[in-house]
Design a protein around this ligand. Structure first.
Ligand SMILES: Nc1ncnc2c1ncn2[C@@H]1O[C@H](COP(=O)(O)OP(=O)(O)OP(=O)(O)O)[C@@H](O)[C@H]1O
Ligand SMILES: [Mg+2]
Length: 1120
């Protein structure tokens, strides 16, 4: 509303006038015209006054202001009406049409172009290429049609000389997808003759002024307009038209629309041929008629792609079939001239119709399927020639003015008559408003048997020579009493009318005097068959296509064609029926003066137009009437969501009651009337408010529907997922079950198998059972091992363990591990090995047992050692579960060196046949020796030594971990123990934690805690302090007790954090160990050694190179 004009510009809607009177109407119209406000509403009708100057009111900004707005929101404008028609079409899927009427030069064509531009501008927001193409064609087609169908007349420099009704088709989204143009009766007589001050169709002038020299040469044309008799009348006329520029615009438009080059060329050739035809003169030589300038004939033949003699023959002769004979009848000069002119008019008309049909082919709606794209709706725009009165009015003006009568009748029918009748029918109190109904004039022209057209047709049908005067006579006798018809004969005193030539029709828009001259010929519209055949036989396919009826042979009898007037009448009736079936919107154009001046508002001329257009009656009906009506059912259907009484369904006795309730709910009861079947709404604003309320509610309804639908979708998805999960669950269960069944089947009777199921192949487990399979296989392997071990005598078990350990360590590293023989271990005490000296060794061993309290002898053997002078010396090594001794066999096995076993950090052996072994020690005083056997010589004992030692060390628990937080935190650095009870245990903890250990399990810590080399061992590993509980400190701990001790720590160590670089496998192993400890309350009998305190590389790499020739491959045993 903010955009509304102020009152200084007059009233924007004539309905708002204080009194409905002609003076006030005219005063308002004039005021607005003078203020540059050329548009004014009468309700939904736009009255437009031709400004005769360009106004800046059609730009993008203005379009944006009107886009999607309601009629009353913005000042009157063509765009408002276009938007209303578009919205009605989109909202209600109704076909609409915009009827633009007014007399010639009132601005109809301009208005229709602005409307088209507006529709093009507001559609296709998604910029779809196809829609853009269609829009472009629709806009461009105007300029081509105007070039060929418009001409300068005395009333209008760009007067439409044909009627145009264009349908624009829209898809369900409201985007234009195509269109169709209906053209009505082209004023083709203009091709051969124009009244003074007028011109022929623009196309001729454009070609001559705009065509290139080369093109004109090829068409045998010259630029001078006055050289051509068909157009020389208007040749010198000055006007604003720039033909040369227009020529290019039209040629480009034709290209864009999709005319092929040869088609455009053919159009030019036809224009040229017509111009040449006009210059063709006939002379009479005795009885024969001849063509004056034969050269012209050959030019025409060339342009029409036919033969010269055939053109000549068609111009001079007429082929007549009498019975079976075919004779060529020569034309008189007059006949020949008539034939030439008829030919020129006909080919121009054909060209025009062909252009329309080509445009229609191109803009036709393609690939539209109503099932997919929904109903496609239409907006029709009618721009037809306006009512016109010339000095000399002929058949064409008669048709044009009849057409305007029809359109006025339609307006009366829809706006004045039907509307009033409907109020009466519906029982709405109504005071009838009088108006002039022009039906009587329409009947005068078109009535069957009695109308002017019927009388004209009768005259044309008569055999023999019928003259135009005879036709006028027939009119006089038949229509003498008609109030709207007169002639000189009927009214002798009327000097304006000429005897035997003129008749007058009192049209709704004024009296028009028509001259009957040419009526008969123009109505018959005779074109000799010879010309049709000539054109059909043209070698130019485009031309040939325009003349399909030339195909008929001479002897074929054709039905008498309908006359021009009847054809036109039929097309008008069809047009009016078509318009009546759509929702009409009107633009009523007024021409302010005859001088094409932007300043002059000729009161008299304008008042006349206002009168005959019935605008005042229009205002009266509009003021008293209602802007909108709808059946109760449809009204409810559209607006029921607005009130709770009607949504979703009402429970009132009738729809009418429900509508009343709805209207009262909105507070519009004073602005409506209730008819028998329809509700009538007086002001558009009420309707728009209803629309707005509806639009607001629609959002909620849409949201509601979305909500419900989303819920449904989610439930469906949920059900599907749940079903899928159930299926997956059952399937998994099935897979697991079938796996277990399969395992059970394969391992059935395993106890009785010789290899206890070793050969049985495990079935592939489903993914979820991979871990299970590992555990199961471990159980199986353990069981199988236990079955196998069962058969081994207890005394052999240590040896078997040692051999297993040796294999684990050295498999693939050394050729001979000595597995085949029995491992005696204590070779120094055995007779075969040391026949003479065993006696000496045994007491030494016993003495050491007493002194060093060892329990078992692990290994003893003679060895050889290379001393620093590279001298080989015989030595012996003696390994107990406590110490490693180096002895001198030559001196009764005197102990030369004692290394506590816990000082042993590793063993290195070579992979060759030699029996070199390096004992790495913590103090870096490695012992390097070669095992050496006397009996049998070179017996390989490396395997045995490694196996025995590894087996021994395997019984050491070694755990490592750290507790994360808390005061009671105890950090276990590592725990080391030996299997033998008296071997002691080492538990390394942080010094700060010692108190805690004492507090928790004082009974376990019976011994003293002593600092044992802590500083040195921990230095490289970031330990604060290392403490070792040692057997020699008096701690006597069984493995079970150790287990409890570790358990105690573990219960504190809920998480078993590992160093960042320790992999998941290690984490798992440690966790499983922890779990095991927790479940059993004791540590596993022989937990695997998972990690060892890292020995720095410098310590690990032995100085074996000092041993000279022997190369050590790599250390193979890492003992803690
Ligand atoms: N809105 C307008 N703005 C500026 N000039 C206009 C406008 N409307 C019409 N005119 C001027 O008036 C001339 C005649 O207008 P137009 O050709 O639309 O008349 P018409 O009603 O179609 O006449 P006809 O019945 O002869 O075809 C235009 O060439 C233009 O110069
Ligand atoms: Mg026009």
């Amino acid at each position: 509303m903010a955009e509304q004009e102020s009152l200084e510009f007059g009233k924007a809607d004539f309905v708002l006038m204080d009194t409905v009177s002609m003076p006030e109407f005219m005063a308002n119209l004039r005021l607005r015209f003078e203020k540059g406000r050329i548009y004014t509403f009468i309700g939904e009708v736009v009255v437009s006054v031709n400004p005769y100057k360009s106004l800046n009111i059609y730009g993008r900004d203005t379009i944006e202001q009107y886009k999607g707005r309601e009629l009353y929101e913005r000042p009157p404008h063509l765009f408002a009406i276009a938007d209303a028609a578009y919205k009605a079409m989109k909202r209600r899927s109704k076909d609409t049409c915009i009827v633009i009427s007014g007399e010639s030069g009132a601005g109809k064509t301009e208005a229709s172009k602005y409307i088209m531009q507006y529709i093009a501008a507001i559609t296709n927001p998604s910029q779809r290429a196809e829609i853009e193409r269609v829009k472009n064609m629709l806009l461009k087609s105007n300029c081509v049609l105007e070039a060929f169908g418009n001409a300068k007349t005395n009333r209008n420099d760009n007067s439409s000389r044909f009627g145009k009704y264009m349908d624009i088709n829209f898809d369900f989204k409201g985007d234009p997808i195509g269109g169709h143009i209906n053209n009505y009766l082209l004023e083709k007589s203009r091709v051969i003759v124009q009244q003074p001050g007028e011109r022929s169709f623009h196309s001729f002038y454009q070609l001559l002024q705009g065509g290139s020299d080369q093109m004109l040469r090829s068409l045998h044309l010259q630029k001078s307009l006055s050289s051509y008799s068909y157009i020389h009348v208007g040749a010198q006329l000055k006007s604003s038209i720039n033909d040369a520029a227009e020529f290019k615009v039209v040629a480009d438009a034709m290209k864009v629309i999709g005319f092929k080059p040869e088609e455009i060329q053919t159009a030019y050739k036809i224009l040229a041929a017509i111009l040449h035809l006009g210059n063709l003169k006939f002379v009479v030589d005795g009885d024969t008629t001849l063509i004056e300038d034969g050269k012209l004939v050959s030019i025409i033949a060339e342009l029409l792609s036919t033969k010269t003699d055939m053109v000549e023959k068609a111009l001079l002769y007429r082929t007549v079939a009498t019975g079976r004979d075919i004779i060529d009848k020569q034309h008189t000069e007059q006949e020949a001239s008539y034939g030439r002119d008829a030919f020129a008019k006909a080919i121009y008309e054909r060209l025009f119709c062909w252009i329309v049909s080509r445009i229609n082919d191109i803009i036709a709606v393609k690939n539209s399927d109503t099932t997919i794209h929904g109903k496609n709706t239409v907006i029709g725009v009618l721009d037809i020639y306006g009512f016109e009165i010339f000095d000399n009015n002929s058949f064409e003006q008669f048709c044009i003015n009849y057409c305007n009568e029809k359109l006025q009748q339609l307006f009366i029918q829809l706006v004045l008559k039907q509307e009033q009748e409907e109020y009466q029918r519906e029982g709405i109190p109504w005071k009838h408003i009088d108006y002039f109904n022009n039906q009587i004039i329409v009947d005068l022209v078109e009535q069957q048997h009695k109308g002017i057209i019927a009388i004209l047709d009768d005259a044309c049908m008569n055999v023999g020579k019928v003259t135009d005067e005879m036709f006028l006579e027939a009119l006089n006798s038949k229509l003498g009493k008609h109030g709207h018809f007169s002639s000189r004969k009927l009214c002798a005193s009327d000097k304006i009318l000429e005897f035997d030539r003129d008749f007058r029709i009192r049209h709704y828009a004024g009296d028009v005097v028509y001259s009957v001259v040419g009526f008969i010929d123009k109505n018959k519209d005779t074109l000799f068959q010879d010309f049709k055949r000539l054109m059909y036989n043209s070698s130019n396919p485009v031309l040939k296509n325009m003349w399909p009826e030339g195909k008929l042979s001479i002897t074929e009898v054709t039905k008498r064609p309908l006359t021009a007037a009847t054809l036109f009448k039929n097309s008008m009736i069809a047009l009016v029926d078509n318009l009546a079936s759509k929702e009409p919107y009107y633009v009523r154009c007024i021409k302010p003066n005859d001088m094409k001046s932007p300043q002059i508002f000729d009161d008299e001329r304008c008042r006349h137009q206002v009168e005959y257009l019935g605008l005042l009656e229009n205002v009266r009906v509009r003021r008293a009437g209602f802007a909108f009506r709808q059946t109760y059912e449809k009204f409810l259907h559209r607006y029921k969501m607005i009130s709770e009484f009607t949504w979703p369904n009402h429970d009132l006795p009738s729809d009418k009651e429900a509508v009343k309730k709805l209207v009262e709910y909105c507070g519009f009861q004073d602005d409506v009337a209730y008819g028998k079947t329809k509700i009538f709404i007086r002001t558009p604003r009420t309707l728009f408010t209803l629309e707005e309320l509806r639009a607001q509610m629609l959002v909620r309804i849409v949201l509601f529907l979305q909500k419900v639908w989303r819920g449904t979708l989610a439930r469906m998805r949920y059900k599907r997922t749940r079903a899928a999960l159930t299926i997956i669950r059952y399937y998994r269960r099935y897979k697991v079950k079938s796996y277990i069944h399969e395992v059970a089947r394969r391992f059935h009777g395993i106890k009785t198998m010789r290899d206890y199921g070793k050969h049985v192949q495990w079935p592939t487990p489903p993914k979820v059972l991979h871990r299970f399979e590992e555990v199961l296989q471990a159980i199986f392997n353990r069981w199988r091992a236990s079955q196998l071990i069962k058969t081994i005598p207890a005394s052999d078990l240590p040896q078997v363990r040692a051999k297993v350990a040796a294999v684990e360590m050295l498999k693939g590293q050394r050729a001979d591990l000595g597995l085949q023989r029995a491992w005696e271990g204590n070779y120094l005490a055995s007779k075969p090995d040391t026949p003479q000296t065993s006696g000496t060794f045994v007491p030494v061993a016993n003495e050491l047992k007493r002194k060093d309290k060892y329990m078992n002898v692990l290994f003893s053997c003679h060895v050889r050692k290379v001393n620093r002078f590279s001298k080989v010396e015989d030595r012996a090594i003696f390994v107990t579960d406590r110490h490693l001794y180096k002895m001198d066999p030559t001196k009764q096995y005197k102990v030369m060196k004692t290394i506590p076993l816990y000082n042993l950090t590793g063993l290195s052996v070579s992979n060759g046949k030699d029996q070199l072994v390096v004992f790495h020690t913590k103090d870096n005083k490695d012992l390097i020796v070669c095992l050496f056997s006397k009996q049998p010589t070179h017996e390989s004992r490396i395997g045995e030594l490694v196996g025995v030692l590894v087996n021994h060390f395997k019984r050491i628990i070694h755990l490592e971990g750290r507790q994360g937080d808390g005061k009671e935190a105890v950090t276990v650095i590592w725990v080391r123990c030996y299997e033998s009870v008296d071997s002691g245990v080492e538990i390394r903890v942080k010094e700060a934690d010692l108190k805690e250990i004492k507090r928790l399990k004082p009974e376990l810590v019976r011994g003293t805690l002593s600092n044992h080399n802590g500083a040195r061992d921990g230095a490289g590993q970031g330990f604060e302090s290392l403490l070792t509980l040692q057997e020699h400190d008096g701690l006597n701990t069984t493995p079970q007790q150790i287990g409890s001790l570790v358990m105690m720590f573990c219960s504190h160590i809920m998480i078993w954090p590992l160093r960042a670089n320790e992999g998941p496998q290690k984490r798992l192993n440690l966790l499983s160990q922890k779990l095991f400890l927790k479940l059993n309350g004791s540590h596993p009998p022989y937990p695997e050694c998972h990690s060892s305190p890292k020995i720095p590389p410098t310590q690990r790499s032995s100085p074996i190179t000092r041993a000279g020739r022997i190369h050590i491959a790599h250390p193979v045993v890492d003992a803690p």
